[in-house]
Ligand binder design. Sequence first.
Ligand code: FPP
Ligand code: MG
Length: 348
Amino acid sequence: MDLDRPLTRPDVLNDWNPAMEGSTREFEDVFLLTPSTPHYPPSHSQKSPPPSPTPSRDHHHLLPTQLRLAQIVEMLHTASLLHDDVIDASPLRRGAPSAPSKFGSKLSVLGGNFVLGRASTALARLGDGEVTQLIASVISNLVDGEILQMRDVVLGGGDVGMEEEGTTQDIGIQGKTKNAWTIYLQKTYLKTASLMAKGARSAVVLGGCEEGEVWKDIAYAYGRNLGIAFQLIDDILDYESTSTPGSADLTLGKPGGADLQLGLATGPALYAWEEFPEMGELIGRKFEGPGDVEKARSLVLRSSGVHRTKLLAKSFAEKAKEVLEELPESVAKAGLVALTERVIGRRS
Ligand code: FPP
Ligand code: MG
C-alpha cells in the first residue's frame, strides 16, 4: 500500500512544504507557518518491509516491489527515449509522431525529466539501498552511452582510430576497426544493456537473494547479453528497412536508415569497413560529405556486415540463454529463454 500511495497530492498546484504535511497555500497569500496535520495516514514504518529471507519458489509469484521495479525501469527507458528523440531529431516513435515533433524539444526534455523524477521517487520508496544504487547508476550509464556515441566516430580526426591526442602512432586498419568495435560494444552496453542487466539484478535483490548467492550474477549476465543482442538487432533493422532513408517505416515504427544520417557507424558498417577500407574515411567524417550516406549504405549492403552482425547478436542471445542453465526449471525460466529468441526474431 505504501508503494502505491499517490505521488501527486490533489493540491499539487499549490505551494507545499514537505515538512508541513497537510499545509498548502495559495501563492497570493503570504506564507505563514501553521501547525501541521498529517495529509496521509502515517505508515507503520518509514521503510518498505524487508524482503522475505526465504523467497517464494512459486513460479508465478511476483513481489509488489518487483512489479514496481519493472515500472521504474520502463519509466527510465521512456524518459531516455523522450530525450533521444530530441537528440536524434526523430519524427516518429513506435509508429506515432515523436514527442518533440508533436510538442517541441523543450517540452520533451522537460517531460523526460519529469518522468525521471517520478521514477526516482518510486525507487526511493522501494527502500533498498543496493537497488537504488544499481538503478541510479543506470541513469548515468545511459548518458555516458549517449555521449560515447556522439564522440566515437570522430576519434582520430579525419579517420577513425584510438590514437591519444598528439600521438601519431599508426595502428593500422585492423587496430582501428578493433578499437572502433571496442568503443561500439562499450557504448551498446551503456546505452542499452546496462538497464536490462542492472534491472534484472535488482529484481533478484528484491527477491531476497543472499550475499554470496549466484542468482544476482546470473540475472546481470542474462540482462547484459540480452541487451547487447537487442541493440545489435536494432542496428541491423536500420539497414534492413525498405523505406527510403529518413522516411517512415511502417513495420519499424520509425524512420529506417537513420543511423548513417546521424553519423553513426554501427555493427554492419564496422564489419563493412573490414571488407572495404574506403569505409574508414566515410566513418571518420561521419558520412557528412556529399553522397557519403548513399555510398556507405551501398558498401554495407554489398558486404557481409548485416549477416555478421546478426551472427554476433545470436551469439550474445545464446550466451544469455546459457547462463540460465543454472536455474531450476520454471515457467519464469521458460519465459526468459523465449525472450532470447524473440529478441533475435523481432522485426520492429
Ligand atoms: C535509443 O537509441 C536511445 C537509448 C537506448 C538511450 C538514450 C539515452 C539518453 C538520451 C540519455 C538521457 C537519459 C535519461 C534517463 C534522461 P537509438 O537512437 O539507437 O534507438 P532508436 O532508433 O529507437 O531511437
Ligand atoms: Mg534514436
